[in-house]
Design a protein around this ligand. Structure first.
Ligand code: M6R
Length: 605
């Protein structure tokens, strides 16, 4: 949440920072701003409410120059989106500037104390206290001042500070992510890797409690007490182009179409030569656990719901998904025989990170199913299963979802083989089905235009009910989430059999049902439920398998998907559901890549 970018080096810093902000806009788009300067000269600031395009226009009228700059794109927490609440925040004398991501939990007492001491605040934000605190503690060394200020502050955050006469930037991290990019005679700092990709792949991921002094020749990192910390320089293997639109109108549609290739990457090198098992390069022993707890938020939690069923069916191990934001507050029962699986695209979702920490406190062994390397969760788990989806920029998660589901399928096969619940022949059959899935998603994508009539219909209503059974209850939840995020229509999801226990009251001619109903064991029951909808004038739009004409007969419109094993069908049905949300969003004129009120990486509780 909120994107931070900083630069020190020989080039015009504001241009590079603006470019970095554009690449991080998915982290927040309520306001944006940049400070630039040459050491010794004044700090010049331009900041505006609204998206980065608004800032860009303002910068055309008032260009910024200087070899040092820091910039910010905001997802508002304290204080509405406005020019005044936009970052960077400066002290009254204009000597110190900060940008900040996260929440300062004790900002009210700090603000009261600083006000009493004569400081004047210009914004309603929690962040601004940092600028005044740094000024108060400033005895000449900016890093010392930042360290002293941070000793007074509670919360989860990341910040970068600049002082008018200092040639360096000072960055600090307390939970929220921050990465330093090392160039040739120039150094970058950013909340996330995509901001750095066009400039360098050599990075240092900051850790909690790090204070980094960023100079053109490199970075020096200490802890909060000023003790130096040895850092590791890592190389990022993502292409710069992977984070570009590459001719597509939106990141979302580009990422939907990348899914067959993403599945190949997730599977890449992970099928054993004998073809009956999966190689995951994990230290954990699947026979040491008697329970799996899956910790995740949003779309990742729906991938977890698919994973729960796969693990139970293939490996006969009890598994349950826990909504990460609730987990640590309900005194969960976990122990050494629990495997806690944290699922996250960004690896930075604070709810998931804190849930993971709670599971660790209970003694659980931990595994991350993650996309972003070097992320906070990656550093805190015992083992990682990377999904290899590449950078996901669209705020609505698409390719990461199918890659997470695929990763769970791999895990379930591995666990099943190790625990003796899958024979060698069964392992071989599952792997041969998994190998088919990239092709099945290709086929589903070729039917893109089939969603148009359904999208036309949904764009006319205000509320939609998604229904699914068995493993596709999870698909229904994910389909409804995609639709509401992208179109702002009200969408709810239920297990199909639950409908008659209440949600059926919603059904009328204006509240259609999207039935996620690929062929499965409970098809006859699904058909009865669809009849119940139609008997009440409800329209049914059904996602059905190619080989199933029975279900199609009970729908007003159908979206056909290639047939596959029921337990792998969530991968295939994801495609029409995503395309539907996208097409409805377009018809309603929504910003599908940056839907209102959302941010890609949710680093505040
Ligand atoms: O980065 P994560 O996978 O941990 O993110 C979890 C959720 O915030 C995320 O899936 C969110 O629900 C997306 N907006 C879904 O499209």
């Amino acid at each position: 949440m909120c994107g931070i970018v900083g630069y020190v080096g020989p080039r015009q810093a504001a241009d590079l920072v603006l470019d970095g902000l554009r690449r991080l806009e998915y982290r927040g788009y309520d306001s944006a701003g940049i400070v630039a300067f040459d050491p010794g000269g004044p700090l010049a600031v331009v900041k505006r409410a609204g998206k980065i395009a608004v800032l860009e226009e303002a910068l055309k009228r008032s260009p910024l120059s200087g070899r040092v700059a820091l910039g910010h794109t905001r997802w508002a927490t304290h204080g509405r989106p406005s020019d005044g609440n936009a970052h960077p925040h400066l002290t009254e004398d204009g000597r110190v500037a900060i940008i900040h991501n996260g929440i300062i939990e004790n900002y009210l007492p700090l603000r009261a104390r600083l006000t009493a001491a004569g400081h004047t605040f210009a914004s309603e934000t929690d962040s601004e206290v940092l600028a005044h605190l740094i000024e108060e503690h400033d005895r000449g060394d900016l890093a010392d001042a930042v360290r002293a200020a941070l000793r007074e502050v509670d919360g989860a955050f990341a910040l970068v500070a600049a002082r008018q006469d200092a040639s360096e930037l000072v960055a600090a991290r307390a939970t929220s992510p921050m990465v330093v990019g090392l160039g040739e005679g120039e150094t970058f700092i950013a909340s996330d890797v995509p901001a750095l990709l066009p400039y360098t792949r050599r990075v240092v991921f900051l850790q909690d409690g790090d204070v980094a002094t960023v100079r053109p020749e490199g970075v020096e990192v200490t802890d909060l007490d000023g003790r130096p910390r040895e850092v590791t320089v890592e190389t990022i293997d993502w292409d710069a182009e992977a984070a570009e639109k590459g001719g597509w109108p939106h990141y979302m549609i580009k990422e939907i179409y990348e899914q067959p290739a993403v599945l190949q990457n997730t599977f890449g090198g992970r099928f054993a030569e004998a073809g009956d098992d999966v190689l995951l390069d994990l230290d954990l022993d699947p026979t040491e656990f008697d329970r799996v707890v899956i910790l995740a938020a949003g779309t990742a939690s729906y991938a977890g719901l698919v994973g729960e069923t796969l693990l139970e069916r293939l490996a006969r191990i009890p598994a349950e998904v826990e909504v990460a934001s609730e987990f640590r507050y309900r005194h969960p029962v976990v122990n050494e025989r629990t495997l806690a699986v944290a699922v996250s695209q960004s690896g930075e979702t604070i709810d998931t990170l804190e849930a993971l920490r709670e599971a660790k406190r209970g003694g659980a062994r931990t595994l991350g199913i993650l996309n972003a390397k070097g992320s906070s969760i990656a550093r805190e788990v015992d083992d990682v299963l990377y999904i290899h989806a590449g950078p996901e920029i669209g705020v609505a998660s698409t390719k990461a979802y199918v890659a997470m589901v695929a990763a769970f399928a791999l895990l379930a096969v591995r666990f099943g083989r190790a625990r003796g619940t899958l024979s060698s022949d069964e392992g071989r059959a599952w792997i041969s089905e998994l190998r088919r899935t990239p092709g099945l998603l290709e086929e589903a994508l070729e039917r893109h235009e089939h969603v148009h009539p359904v999208a036309e219909a949904l764009a006319e209503v205000r509320s939609v009910l998604y229904l699914g059974r068995g493993i596709n209850v999870a698909s229904a939840y994910e389909g409804a989430l995609k639709l509401k995020e992208i179109s702002y229509l009200h969408a709810e999801a239920y297990p199909t059999g639950e409908m008659k226990h209440g949600p059926i009251a919603l059904i009328d001619a204006d509240t259609p049902v999207v039935a996620v109903a690929p062929k499965g064991a409970l098809q006859a029951k699904t058909i009865s439920n669809l009849q119940e909808v139609r008997a009440r004038d409800g329209r049914v739009y059904a996602i059905v398998s190619d080989n199933d004409s029975d279900t199609a007969a009970h729908a007003d419109l159908t979206l056909r998907v290639p047939a596959c094993r029921e337990l792998l069908s969530p991968l295939v049905v994801a495609v029409p559901m995503q395309l539907l949300a996208y097409e409805v969003g377009l018809r309603l004129g929504r910003d599908v890549d940056q839907p209102r009120n959302l941010a890609k990486s949710v680093t505040v509780e």
